[in-house]
Design a protein around this ligand. Sequence first.
Ligand SMILES: [Ca+2]
Length: 79
Amino acid sequence: MSTLSQKEIAEIRDHFDFFDRDGSGLIDQDEFIALLKILAPSADRANAVRGFETIDGDHNDQIDFDEFLEWWQTNWTVF
Ligand SMILES: [Ca+2]
């Protein structure tokens, strides 16, 4: 993972908070799918679920900020 500046991390944090609609500090699958529909209207539900499972590195059915950060830096445009 490359080193990010504090400013870059703050920007990614803003995106994370946007996904995290209920402010729980974690993104659940429903939140992810709802937002992905806006960001990538052509992605179907199967794509969204697969994407969620890819990001959810420890497979606890929630995306934490570390997982999100890693995804954001690598291939969030996969959709
Ligand atoms: Ca997780």
